[in-house]
Ligand binder design. Sequence first.
Ligand SMILES: Nc1ncnc2c1ncn2[C@@H]1O[C@H](COP(=O)(O)OP(=O)(O)OP(=O)(O)O)[C@@H](O)[C@H]1O
Ligand SMILES: [Mg+2]
Length: 313
Amino acid sequence: MNGYYKRTSPETAGEPVLVASGLRKTYRMGRVPVQVLKDASIEVRSGEWVAILGASGSGKSTLLHLLGGLDRPDPDGGMIRFEGRRVSDFGGAELNGYRNRSVGFVFQFYHLLPELSVLENAMLPCLVPNRWVSATLPLLAALIGGGVGAAIGSTFGVEILPTADAPTPSKIALLAVTCGVLGAAVGVVLFQIGQVLAERTRLRHGPQAATSRHTLEEFGLGHRLRHRPSQLSGGERQRTAIARALASEPGILMADEPTGNLDATTGREILDLLKKRHDAGLTIVMVTHDATVAEYADRVVRLEDGRVVETTA
Ligand SMILES: Nc1ncnc2c1ncn2[C@@H]1O[C@H](COP(=O)(O)OP(=O)(O)OP(=O)(O)O)[C@@H](O)[C@H]1O
Ligand SMILES: [Mg+2]
């Protein structure tokens, strides 16, 4: 069962999941501070689709990036709570989890990785490397490799020493250390090769691949799985970006101008696709400058002069 289906069960539907209050964000243009968000507050309830409407340059992307944990407000510049917890209190791993699993983000300009295929791009949020695995296991491989190398060096080294060299304890020790270092290097190399092979297998055959493949097929991209983003149309790229945002089955989808770079027909297709997911319970926060696009949402707010102004749906 998808995460967002769970979160929007009848018991939890309508609860505020994301609450931002008094957000301030200032950029510096050289020495000149530019305050983009002045006192922006917004509440998003589970299961609703909120559109943030605003003119170009009004700070829509800035606000969405703050909500998605991709950027931080000014010091003392308001707070964001997700399911009651302050996002600013999240530690590194928790913040990564928030960005990758709690929230799915569709960027204004796709941000697909050109060297990866459509399927690999779509799976990206689920490929966050496990720090324990990438930091600890190579060390373990080196220790085991080193130990085995040293043992081999000290046990069999005597036999391969040139006959002129008497096998003194210090020579045997030197041999053991040399074999140990070589063994450690071999251990790390073997570990890295194993990790790449395991990652490839996970990419192609793991449950995540099946989920992403299924989403891409649902989005009409089943015949494009192995293509690179440069071989796709704008609409296909956006559908890949949405599939990526949904890969970890997030509670909230944040979409920054999801139709901004598309023609009207393709834009409608994308919105229909979002609507289908929303009807199934997905919470959506969408940024747009286009009032007709905003009409898809349950509720429309405006971003004006760095503040969020409530309007009617
Ligand atoms: N990293 C940055 N450094 C300096 N200024 C920035 C930065 N990012 C955004 N800005 C400025 O902040 C303002 C708001 O930018 P933002 O991208 O949030 O607007 P927007 O409403 O998303 O616009 P658009 O509809 O064109 O995408 C703009 O004036 C922009 O130039
Ligand atoms: Mg923008």
